[in-house]
Design a protein around this ligand. Structure first.
Ligand SMILES: C[S@@+](CC[C@H](N)C(=O)[O-])C[C@H]1O[C@@H](n2cnc3c(N)ncnc32)[C@H](O)[C@@H]1O
Length: 216
């Protein structure tokens, strides 16, 4: 397996490799990489570190720690085989539009850490934001679930918000509301769902969590 860099600090566009696969790419993809390479005066490192590619602040982590399917050829081929025969609909939308746009019922909804974003951006103050999130987002999504279907999302370890590497302005704030167990409870004791929290060791020290809400 070839990477165009395994950590943010050693990343580069592997131009020789790119040339080998270029013929199989769409016109749009070719135009993107060709123009970008030219723009950065054939400097693959500059291109790969630019905002066109690098948008995350996780420095120093190997790509395989974040993407298990890249760990070895076997994992990669397995992921490729699973995806090959699947037709995956892609809907680019705010999650609030999904109840209208998704036409079939589903077993799982993975909300990533979108709940933190929505709750943070709610102009209301205090715990009212949790109820808003529940009523305005989770209840409509609940209608998309098959019986016993699950909505889940992740919460990074609280420690992450105080780490040295994360001392950029946006991380100076307190951890998101849902990281507080008492506040989180407001979301967990509802009649529409049973809830479960799965804790695991993530990339940062401390415990990351997945919050699972299962349709009753
Ligand atoms: C931390 S990122 C998730 C990263 C992604 N799962 C990954 O592993 O690369 C959270 C994403 O949620 C998106 N987001 C925030 N509010 C949203 C909303 N209401 N609907 C859909 N996406 C939203 C943000 O734009 C952001 O890209």
């Amino acid at each position: 397996m070839h990477y165009y860099g395994t950590r943010n600090n050693d990343v580069t566009l592997a131009y020789a490799l790119y040339k080998k696969i270029r013929g199989h790419l769409t016109h749009k993809t070719k135009a993107f990489f060709d123009d970008a390479y030219k723009y950065f005066k054939n400097d693959g490192k500059k291109l790969a570190r630019s905002a066109l590619i690098q948008q995350r602040e996780f420095k120093g982590q190997h790509v395989t720690a974040i993407n298990a399917y890249l760990k070895n050829d076997k994992n990669y081929l397995k992921a490729r085989k699973i995806l090959k025969n699947k037709k995956i609909p892609f809907i680019h939308a705010n999650i609030s539009e999904l109840p209208k746009r998704v036409k079939q019922k589903v077993d799982f909804i993975n909300l990533s850490n979108i709940p933190n974003w929505i709750i943070k951006n709610d102009l209301k103050i205090g715990n009212e934001r949790i109820d808003n999130f529940y009523n305005q987002q989770l209840l409509p999504l609940h209608k998309l679930l098959k019986p016993k279907g699950i909505i889940f999302f992740y919460l990074y370890t609280t420690k992450m918000y105080y780490q040295k590497d994360y001392k950029k302005p946006k991380h100076k704030n307190n951890p998101p509301l849902l990281n507080h167990p008492k506040i989180r409870k407001q979301l967990l004791n509802k009649k529409e769902f049973t809830s479960k929290i799965i804790r695991f060791k993530g990339l940062c020290p401390g415990d990351d969590k997945i919050v699972c809400l299962q349709e009753r």
